[in-house]
Design a protein around this ligand. Structure first.
Ligand SMILES: Cc1ncc(COP(=O)(O)O)c(C=O)c1O
Length: 377
């Protein structure tokens, strides 16, 4: 990508991310929400998103104005039956937030929290489901962006299917980069957004839901705008959004999806991000930094590094000096250890990552930090 301006850094974060010129340029016009070309654009994007998870005719995509959380909230409000109990398997902040949404919705749920540096244990999940038949559904975060850990979706899905429980997946930070086959995994709904691995701009959250589950959701949501069933009926009726659509955001997503397809779809994106992640982890390790996670459970999305032990380290200074050099990183969000995060996703390649690692080396020297090594544990 050509950055639009030398004051704009590369965003090595969980989002908003660096986007391509073609994606940004797709926004340079107006659309009317009732125009045939915009209705066609909406249909095309919805179909492509369903196709990315192998959805076929059994699934539909409901686009929503807003960030990813809006999609999560709409899905939970609409897809948890009134008598349903949801088991929330949480190993980070997004799992906890999901539980908080269910709490506010006033639905029955059980929060099952496990350590942030360990994947959700599918065997233990099976035990919990066997022991508590009031748990009708399970919610899990595919990549818990808090740490960057990959939860074992296939194993979790298998356990849910075995116990006949519905599975709701927050695939916010993996959708489009890691393979997910919704029907094969018998997933009831997937939630994601325009601005992570799809590399659109922020502003659209979406849910890919099984039509059979959606068919039972009429009148369930107590929110007017975050009502998946109503949003579905709206799209079915006339192809239009129920409320003012973010027209430019949708056009950018359409352009981003075209680039995604041209670059090898999910597999292509996964390969680029894996190369970014590898370059990042190996480069940072050479500078003494340590990753929170074992390589085996690290998703190629965002990497958590422990903060250096050197007394000259200060996150605000480190962040500021990197930003000046053109790289925006992200603070840590762990409850267990002081850390910071560097993302691997967005319209960036391993060359950008190499530049970022070189900038980190220069910043360490500037701040008088001799090594990135964290305190001994
Ligand atoms: C796994 C996960 N879920 C949910 C969200 C929330 O998305 P948003 O900030 O777009 O509302 C994020 C954002 O980083 C995420 O990574």
């Amino acid at each position: 990508v050509t950055l639009p301006d030398d004051r704009v850094p590369y965003f090595l974060t969980p989002g908003p991310l660096t986007t391509s010129d073609a994606t940004r340029n797709a926004m340079m016009r107006d659309w009317g929400s009732r125009d045939a070309d915009f209705i066609a654009l909406t249909a095309r994007v919805r179909d492509r998103l369903v196709a990315l998870v192998g959805g076929g005719d059994d699934y539909v995509c409901l686009l929503l104005q807003g960030s990813g959380t809006f999609a999560v909230e709409a899905a939970l409000a609409s897809l948890i039956p009134p008598d349903g109990g949801l088991l929330v398997a949480a190993n980070g902040a997004y799992g906890r937030r999901l539980a908080e949404i269910v709490r506010r919705l006033g639905r029955a749920y059980t929060l099952w929290e496990t350590p942030e540096d360990r994947p959700v244990d599918a065997v233990e999940l099976g035990r919990r489901l066997a022991a508590d038949t009031s748990l009708g559904q399970v919610a899990v975060i595919h990549c818990e962006t808090t740490s960057g850990i990959l939860n074992p979706l296939a194993e979790i899905a298998e356990v849910c299917a075995e116990h006949g429980r519905g599975l709701l997946v927050d695939a916010m930070s993996t959708f489009g980069a890691l393979p997910i086959n919704a029907p094969a995994l018998s997933i009831e709904a997937l939630m994601a957004s325009s601005n992570k691995c799809l590399e659109g701009v922020p502003g659209i959250g979406f849910v890919i839901a099984r039509t059979s589950a959606l068919g039972k959701a009429e009148g369930r949501s107590s929110s007017l705008s975050l009502d998946l069933h109503a949003q579905w009926q709206g799209f079915e009726a006339n192809g239009q959004w129920r409320f003012t659509p973010p027209v430019q955001v949708l056009a950018a997503l359409d352009a981003a999806l075209r680039q995604h397809a041209a670059a090898g779809s999910v597999a292509g994106r996964g390969v680029r991000y894996a190369a970014n992640c590898q370059a990042l982890v190996s480069g940072m390790r050479e500078l003494g930094f340590e990753t929170l996670l074992d390589d085996a459970v690290q998703a190629p999305i965002i990497v958590t590094f422990r903060e250096p032990a050197d007394p000259n380290y200060d996150f605000a200074k480190f962040y500021g000096a990197l930003h000046e050099r053109g790289y925006a990183i992200y603070p840590g969000k762990l409850t267990s250890a002081p850390s910071f995060r560097i993302g691997c996703i967005g319209a960036i390649d391993a060359e950008v990552i190499a530049g970022a690692v070189e900038a980190v080396a220069n910043v360490l020297a500037e701040l008088g930090i001799t090594s990135g090594a964290p305190p001994a544990q």
